[in-house]
Design a protein around this ligand. Structure first.
Ligand SMILES: [Ca+2]
Length: 229
């Protein structure tokens, strides 16, 4: 509406100037000249108001754009807050740690085939993802995990100790000690890996190898969820 108002004022101003010029050339009537002068002033004022209105509308448009941008940012922030709430307040808790023997001492192995080690003495098992009856950790939460295991041999000549951390039957990392002329060797290894639901992680004693443990608990298997994915 302001543009129409401005346009009308411009037309009036143009008409006024035209008539004023005609009057100046052909008519010296003072009253008519005064009347035309007032009309010109009014037209100029209307032009000025129209321009101001135009500027205000432009500013309003910019403010509207800014408001829409802020609304978009707010919606993005709200989504991020909801995601953070989900990741923190609702974070699943998965952690376990176990060692090989509940009591006594002696060798485990050798076996004719690669065999999952059953860590019987459980220190912790939040989430119950680790099964001490099988030695297998089965993921019930999709995410990034940390696993670590340790191993010991005890003055054995061959067969000696080869132990692998295994995921779904695939060897990931290992500890190896096949030199029998030294004694009481320990070793450890660890991984950080992503797991899908149902993925199985366990420590496997390789065929024709053995490990030793007693109530000092040298052989351990531990793991925990770092974050969900
Ligand atoms: Ca050795």
């Amino acid at each position: 509406m302001h543009f129409r108002m401005k346009d009308m004022a411009v037309l009036m101003l143009a008409l006024c100037c035209c008539l004023s010029g005609t009057q100046a050339q052909g008519n010296n009537d003072n009253q008519k000249t005064c009347c035309l002068s007032d009309t010109c002033s009014l037209a100029k004022e209307l032009v000025s108001i129209g321009e101001k209105l135009g500027t205000m509308v432009e500013k309003q448009g910019t403010m509207g754009d800014n408001l829409r941008l802020m609304e978009t940012r707010l919606q993005t922030s709200e989504k991020e807050v909801e995601e953070l709430k989900r990741l923190t307040a609702g974070q699943p808790k998965v952690a376990f740690s176990a060692t090989l023997r509940e009591s006594g001492s002696g060798d485990t192995g050798p076996f004719k085939t690669p065999t999952p080690l059953q860590y019987k003495k459980v220190f912790s098992n939040t989430g119950n993802s680790y099964n001490p009856a099988t030695g297998v950790f089965a993921a019930t939460v999709k995410g990034m995990y940390y696993f670590r295991f340790t191993m010991m041999n005890n003055l054995n000549s061959t067969p000696n100790s080869v132990v692998c951390l295994t995921k779904n039957g695939q060897r990931l990392v290992s500890v190896w000690d096949t030199a029998g002329n030294d004694s009481h060797d320990s070793g450890s290894n660890a991984v950080v890996i992503p797991l899908e639901l149902g993925d199985q992680v366990y420590v496997e004693l390789q065929a024709n190898r053995l490990i030793f443990d007693d109530t000092m608990f040298y052989n351990t298997f531990s793991g925990f969820l770092l974050f969900t994915m």
